[in-house]
Ligand binder design. Structure first.
Ligand code: ZN
Length: 129
């Protein structure tokens, strides 16, 4: 049986899971503005953890990489169907199509750049001071 992918997941994905949990904690610094994205990261880390447990189970029962397909056959349609909740990240502003800053992509729910939606940014600056 071919177990390359399973071995890789069992070996490293626990740490991948921890990285996403840490990212979630990091995102909490802008609680009010990143709620949607914080939950998306949380769901993603849960999916990673399930993948880790499933791989562990497969390894324990000496099953091959082929069985991982079942996981992806369930998860990928879920991601496409619930894209709004599971993957709200956007690289470009939805109004002017300009690339967004790293901060806006990761830590703010807004999908518009500072120019198209300045009010929120001003409000945020006021809060920080
Ligand atoms: Zn814009």
């Amino acid at each position: 049986m071919n177990n390359i992918i399973i071995d890789f997941i069992v070996k490293y994905f626990y740490y991948v899971f921890l990285v996403f949990v840490l990212l979630n904690v990091l995102m909490a610094r802008k609680k009010k503005y990143s709620r949607k994205k914080r939950f998306a990261v949380l769901y993603f880390s849960i999916f990673i953890f399930i993948l880790y447990l499933y791989s562990y189970y497969l390894k324990d029962h000496n099953l091959g990489d082929v069985y991982l397909l079942f996981y992806f056959l369930l998860v990928i349609p879920a991601y496409i169907y619930f894209k709004k909740y599971l993957f709200p990240f956007q690289l470009r502003c939805e109004k002017c199509n300009k690339f967004l800053s790293f901060d806006l992509i990761l830590f703010t729910d807004s999908t518009k750049c500072e120019v198209c939606e300045p009010s929120e940014k001003v409000e945020e600056n006021k809060k920080e001071k």
